[in-house]
Design a protein around this ligand. Sequence first.
Ligand code: NAD
Length: 488
Amino acid sequence: MLNHPRLAMDLNNVACQWLGGAGVKGNGLERTMTDPTTAQSYGSVPDASSVQVDHAVELARWALPDWSATFPGARARVLFRLADLIEARADDLASVEAVNVGKPVAQARRDAGRAADYFRFYAGCCDKLNGETIPLGPDQTALTVPEPIGVSAHIIPWNYPLSTLARGVAPALAVGTTVVAKPPELTPFTAVMVAQLALEAGVPDGAFNVVTGGGEIGAALAGHPDVDQVTFTGSTATGRKVMQAASAPVADVSLELGGKSPVIVLGDANMEDAAEGVLRGIFFNAGQVCAAGSRLICTRDIHDALIERVAEKAKAMQMGHPLDNPDLGPLASRAQLDRVQGYVNGATKAGSEPVLGGIPTAPSDYPDGYFYPPTIFADVSPDAEIAREEVFGPVLTTFLCDDADHALALANGCEFGLVAGVYSRDSTTALRLARRLHAGQVFVNGFLNAGDTVPFGGVKHSGIGREKGLAGLDTYVARKSIILNHPG
Ligand code: NAD
């Protein structure tokens, strides 16, 4: 039984597997759910069993011929309805996501709106998926026909469970692919809520299934012999395992992995804009953001003044219960808190002292919660562990640079390549840097403010493939070439 003291909604209705258009009891491990704000357990959720994973894939395979043959306009109407239903239930979805992840409720409400927007955007694409014709001389014509890739598996991380689910499932369903999704074990509920709404919207039974559970269930799905494509969003370490598992059935993979994103601020930048961008870039969702701007690279002339400005704003950030909409909620789990503190301890042991934060501090009403305050390490060596590895918490490291070229070398001297930022009033320099930065997305004079219609994804160890925007459709499409011979 699940009973969360701050939620009006009954979670028992969404603590299930979603197989063939119905809620089904899990047959696997019972997983205790812990509230990150209070460290109190509020019940348990049964995982799927491996037999249920097989069944989910079977159902998706069974539903594929009908869903892929549904007229594009009819698929669009279903997905537009789903977007409307998500919007109508956005407050419930946001409350569940907020208490699960520890995310301030306004941020969770924004994620629910983004989920609706993904379905709406891709609903609009259903009947605009065109192929091409390729003339091969007078006697031959080739056509390309975009066809659904088949059965698509979606493995989701805990920091943005709802919006990440929608980001992948919406384009998959739009092109006629069928889906088995595995939400994160920490935050399984909103995926099942969306699947319930999908049924109400008219997504046919079996076209969108959900199996809950941890790494074993993800691994069973990633290496399943009857899965054609795997969309994985999570850490680089797990992404490697997924890629390996998917190699057995030679399934296509899209990997949206970790980051260590640089924000370059040059001496001529608008200081207030840069401070706001840096602040939001690292402390939004308590830094548990793949694209977090965790490396600030700043010219010497303005470094100290900029840090002072960012630190002042960070000090004013309030921590509290996610449903009371603070600036920062708790980190999502005890393991995440330990991970962040581990990196901070490693940095102090190596001789760095934080100029801000660095000690777990919980608000007095929630002394046992997994809170971590905004933390800044200034002028860090680029070789330090905290400078190279993804902390995934509210920890900013800063680096001094001499000029734009030095900044570029520091920014690119990292194995990740998800997002980057450049602040400079000199548009030629900014564009030169943007073109040379190793990243899938580069922001100039702003940070993480693109919305969700712009392609997103990593280079280097940050991943393979692109999601969002029109590029997000390609992941779920197999283009068939048909060659017509018409001699004489
Ligand atoms: P994680 O890699 O631990 O887990 C992600 C998902 O994979 C979970 O659902 C988990 O159950 C599942 N999983 C675990 N082991 C598996 C295995 N062997 N095979 C298949 N699935 C398995 O990541 P996390 O801690 O949940 O999320 C944080 C990470 O996700 C960070 O590195 C962050 O940068 C990354 N992330 C990336 C993006 C992006 O778009 N690039 C977005 C959000 C998060």
